[in-house]
Write a protein that binds this ligand. Structure first.
Ligand code: NCD
Length: 306
């Protein structure tokens, strides 16, 4: 990836460590919100194609586009589009591509964003493809870690919860391994990180694997909680067995390092109790807010304005 102009953002693996750093630099500039920044994408249109539910990702993409002076096209729900009439994704993409300058897509099928990119002439940004990847979430996660900790390399990061279906932790594991962080995998037996990801990433970056968060919590610089992805289960009885696997409370945090940071891509269901929110370790709301400078940076970059 030589500069992002005209590029699709489908997988975090398309980014080198220095390209990730460059996105952070542009995001820092975006946070300044100057007049020039506010009109960088004047006259440009972003199509937001969310075929799966979303709050943060969709709103922060839309807010980012507006903050750059651009406009947004979207549909209220999939039922209101011709997809509900049986139109295939390729045709839908071809049409939306001809109406817009950049497409942001979220879809329940792994590989949907990659397929969309094949049929679109404009940049396509993956906002989550099934249990596949969520690269823009990973960039804002890493940005949050870097802001809180100063660096990422060498940090001990616990990925906790649904490592099987969670796309945020799939993308994040690839990136952490590339940057040189130490990953601790914490999940129920049933929800372990898929083998194909483990065999892709650097073996040396996996520092531990356990079902019990209490075994490793004291070693972690970053505790990254995830929701069990109910919508990916074929059998809800199986979901019920693991839905309450981990809950962080003030008591749990008493065993963590004093300056450990606690993250969550949100939405949380029961993974972090509300009384933890006021602790200085809690970074999840700041993490969500960082979606704006990161997505502003990415939109400006793929559209060639930065
Ligand atoms: C995540 C997702 O959609 O993968 N949400 C988000 O984008 N912040 C995590 C989740 O839904 O559990």
């Amino acid at each position: 990836m030589a500069g992002l102009k005209g590029s699709d953002i489908i997988s975090i693996n398309d980014f080198s460590s220095s390209e990730i750093e460059h996105v952070f630099d542009v995001a820092d500039t975006m946070s300044k919100g100057t007049k020039t920044i506010n009109s960088l994408l004047k006259g440009k249109l972003m199509a937001a194609m969310f075929f799966e539910p979303s709050t943060r990702t969709r709103f922060s993409f839309e807010a980012s586009m507006h903050r750059l002076g651009g406009d947004v096209l979207d549909f209220a729900n999939t039922e209101s589009t011709s997809v509900a009439k049986g139109e295939n994704l390729a045709d839908t993409i071809r049409i939306i591509d001809s109406y817009s300058d950049v497409i942001v897509i979220r879809h329940k099928y792994e590989g949907a964003a990659r397929l969309a990119a094949k049929f679109a002439s404009h940049p396509v940004i993956n906002a989550g493809d099934g249990s596949g990847q969520h690269p823009t979430q990973t960039l804002l996660d890493l940005y949050t870690i870097r802001k809180a900790k100063g660096n990422i390399k060498g940090l001990r990061v616990g990925l906790v919860g649904d490592l099987k279906y969670g796309r945020t932790v799939h993308s994040l594991a690839y990136a952490l391994s590339k940057i040189g962080a130490k990953i601790y995998l914490v999940s129920p037996e049933m929800l372990q990180m898929p083998d194909h990801i483990l065999s892709d990433i650097n073996k040396a970056s996996i520092a531990g694997k356990t079902e019990r968060l209490e075994d490793v919590i004291g070693e972690l610089d970053v505790i990254y909680m995830t929701r069990v992805q109910k919508e990916r289960f074929g059998d809800l009885n199986e979901y019920a067995k693991v839905s309450r696997a981990y809950t962080i409370t003030r008591d749990t945090m008493a065993n963590a390092q004093k300056d450990a940071i606690l993250m969550h891509p949100l939405p949380r269901i029961n993974e972090i109790s509300a009384d933890v929110d006021s602790m200085k370790n809690a970074k999840y709301f700041e993490q969500a807010a960082n979606g704006i400078p990161i997505r502003m940076a990415l939109l400006a970059m793929v559209l060639g304005a930065m």
